[in-house]
Design a protein around this ligand. Sequence first.
Ligand code: ATP
Length: 356
Amino acid sequence: MYKIAVIPGDGIGSEVINSGVEVLKALSKTADNLPMEFTEFDWGSDYYRKHGIMMPQDGVELLKDYNSIYFGSAGDPDVPDHVTLWGLRLKICQGLDQYANLRPVKLLPGISSPLKNIESKDIDWSFIRENSEGEYSGIGGRSHKGYSHDTAMDITLFTRQGVERIQRFAFEIARSRPRKLLTLVTKSNAQRHGMVMWDEIFEEISQDYRDITTDKMLVDAMTTRMVLDPQSIDTVVASNLHADILTDLAASLSGSMGIAPTGNLDPEKRHPSMFEPIHGSAFDIMGQGIANPIGSFWSAVMMLENLGELKASQRLMSAIEKLTSDKKILPKDLGGKNSTKEVTKAMINIISGKNK
Ligand code: ATP
């Protein structure tokens, strides 16, 4: 029995995660042997309003009893962003040392990109984001608030161990993909300490992966390459902040923020990994029933793959591709006119073989 911790969180998080759980239940019902048990946690901004914290003090410990975590989003117009981010998502990622953030990016069949003359095969990328340190180290301070010499400082922290483990993970992902091409993204002309260390470590590690073709880009030049030469990209590794920005761009280039999934992984499997759509709580469309749940379905694909359920994950991915290529039932952000519920029902019908 797979024990899945479900944290819908804020905004459209609960709408898309509930859809994802329904779809996973349908998959489980029609699979040979895929028993799953879902336990929901009401953590997030409503919990914060009641308790003054986003999740209980022992929340991270509680999560250790589960095989996987299925997460929606955290963010609320009435709660400062740094509270929602640091109080829940980052607390879990850092507490469980989920140091590798994996973001597949594909142009799904039937979906159009804002880029001109692009076919499905032209965007098939795998982004690896360092997920435990860097610009998100949380180190820094603020002093003299309220005075003209108000001062703020954020420290970017890179450790050899942290950089080495994420780069090795990226080389392994590159090795598992047909093109075996890995691009290192840095900004080592401006950030001349930490990013130079990234370059040096990359050079060292590449000696252990001679079958992988490598190249290097500055982050600003990478945005241009993604737009003008998307076919030239395969696997990409970058720091926490750089990859955060690049993957939002990647999601938009592949059709919509509503599609893209991500996995916060502990590659050593000491603790459960966490899977979530990359979009935020999107309060502008909350409660309207129009949120695109495809990002949560694709996150479930990643979760099943991580659990070693390859057949089930492929079944779910094929169902997503059938949904998008059919183009009959699509959410609004993809040019369709269907609600979250209708898209979810269409997915369940595909999985159960009822849409023939
Ligand atoms: P955050 O919670 O990280 O601050 P956000 O709520 O501002 O993020 P984003 O995830 O950055 O929202 O998305 C930007 C916009 O894209 C949203 O305001 C919404 O209009 C649209 N969007 C995002 N996700 C979806 C989705 N799943 N379905 C439909 N539209 C979406």
